[in-house]
Design a protein around this ligand. Structure first.
Ligand code: LIP
Length: 257
């Protein structure tokens, strides 16, 4: 039996690790435009150990330190210790710890915690989505002219740039405004909380969207790949998320480029 409240409390205990300025300043390069700080590593170490102490039978997948393989047969934590690492390095206060739980084919729990704003988004499959403990629902807006849409620039693979920016240009011409937050988990949670109406990004990893996807679905939203397929968890892929079916159908048209 998993004590989800205790897991959420553990995630919030990462505050002291994240507010360590010295660790934030230790930036290592993982690949082209892909960075990791000592904060990312510290948060992953801490949560992996604490979760293992409490739930030794649950497997672990995390963004850092070569733990990037999903164990699909049973339960598996999926962690992004810091989603929005570039935002962290630039002191944007728009980063989150994102932890999901995979159970044989689907995500059954998610928590996304922004330590800078003290915002906690969470959901257990079938039990609704919450923001700082209060129930949340997605926006019911269906008029694109009143919708705020975010997107991601897939910075780790800039070969996607032409399509990404062509799509957002077309959306921008039709919607109220656009945003580029820099943390996929928060993009998904902002739709869940009714702040924005849609989001897409061409290339993400499972830990970017595991927690956010269940939170969004539990709040009434829709999330798939840009082709309309279920999200992939054994490898990464694109994402298309929307507050409701009408906005989803409209956004899907823009993805056909
Ligand atoms: C981030 C994603 C974001 C993407 C970023 C980056 P990370 O995750 O959440 O949407 O555009 O560049 O991939 O790497 O900071 O955990």
């Amino acid at each position: 039996m998993i004590n989800y409240d205790e897991v959420i409390a553990l995630v919030k205990q990462t505050d002291s690790l994240i507010f360590d300025e010295e660790a934030t300043g230790h930036v290592l390069k993982k690949g082209m435009d892909d960075y990791v700080t000592y904060v990312d590593l510290g948060v992953q170490h801490f949560l992996k150990k604490e979760l293992h102490d409490r739930y030794p039978d649950i497997a672990f997948m995390g963004e850092e330190e070569g733990e990037t393989v999903l164990h699909p047969e049973g339960l598996c934590w999926i962690l992004d210790p810091i989603d929005g690492t570039t935002n962290l390095i630039h002191h944007m206060n728009l980063s989150a710890v994102s932890l999901g739980l995979w159970d044989k084919g689907r995500i059954v729990f998610g928590v996304v915690y922004n330590p800078f704003t003290k915002e906690t988004f969470s959901a257990v499959r079938g039990q609704g989505a919450y923001y700082n403990g209060k129930p949340i629902r997605t926006s019911t807006e269906t008029d694109m002219k009143k919708c705020l849409i975010s997107f991601g620039s897939s910075p780790y693979d800039r070969s996607f740039a032409d399509r990404t920016f062509e799509i957002i240009k077309n959306i921008y011409l039709d919607c109220r405004e656009i945003r580029r937050l820099g943390a996929a988990s928060l993009d998904l949670c902002y739709i869940a909380a009714g702040k924005t109406e849609g989001y897409y990004e061409m290339a993400l990893k499972p830990w970017d969207y595991a927690a956010g996807s269940v939170i969004l679905e539990e709040a009434g939203g829709i999330v798939t790949t840009m082709e309309g397929e279920p999200l992939a968890y054994e490898h990464g892929g694109s994402i298309l998320a929307a507050a409701n079916g009408t906005v989803y159908d409209k956004l899907k048209e823009y993805m056909k480029l």
